[in-house]
Design a protein around this ligand. Structure first.
Ligand SMILES: O=C(O)CCC(=O)C(=O)O
Length: 194
């Protein structure tokens, strides 16, 4: 389903991109295969732990939010999903960032994927596994633009395209009462190392 946004931005959303069995298998394999870590970030001058775990894979290092993820090989399951997302979206993604939200207390702040290494107006694809969480897509400037709140459930695929990263920010807010774990995989194409 295509959701047109303002100023040439769009979202493509498929709630059942993976079957429940495929999604179950991917979720449990990624839990084991990926090397998860919780990193420190500096927020308002204070060092705090990121409220989620991360893992990644790609031939090129990726620099975002002041941290650098060194090159790391794709695991079998992440590699299979990469191949499938590339065909589905028609984009030569070469990097994945995995985010593991232990419960509704874990979150990701509003941001845009607009690092220079991604080039102008990059396509970004998110595969969601496990507990359903709300992804907020919000215009950077308020006038006349609609905010979208999308429920990303087990096996969903969301593609952010057009000018989305230029005109919108996105994030996963805390969701009190969500007990289950969620893993999201965010696929990008890096044009060069940082
Ligand atoms: O977990 C999600 O769905 C969002 C991930 C995200 O925004 C990112 O990796 O930049």
């Amino acid at each position: 389903m295509r959701i047109p946004l303002a100023s040439g931005a769009w979202l493509d959303y498929d709630a059942t991109w993976l079957s429940p069995d495929e999604a179950d298998e991917a979720l449990s394999a990624l839990r084991d295969e990926l090397t998860w870590e919780q990193r420190e970030i500096v927020l308002f001058g204070r060092r705090i732990l990121q409220p989620r775990f991360i893992a990644w894979a790609g031939d090129l290092g990726y620099r975002y939010s002041g941290q650098t993820l060194e090159p790391r090989a794709f695991t079998p399951t992440a590699g299979r999903l990469l191949a499938r997302v590339r065909v589905q979206v028609g984009a030569s993604f070469n990097h994945v960032l995995a985010n593991r939200y232990r419960s509704g207390d874990d979150s990701m702040g509003l941001h845009a994927d607009d690092e220079p290494e991604l080039g102008p107006d990059p396509l970004v694809a998110i595969v969601s596994l496990g507990a359903a969480r709300r992804l907020v897509v919000k215009p950077r400037r308020k006038e006349g633009h609609e905010r979208q709140d999308l429920e990303l459930g087990h096996g969903a695929l969301l593609v952010m395209g057009g000018t989305c990263q230029r005109h919108y920010v996105h994030g996963v807010p805390r969701q009190a009462g969500t007990k289950g774990e969620r893993i999201s995989l965010t696929f990008r194409r890096l044009l060069r190392a940082p």
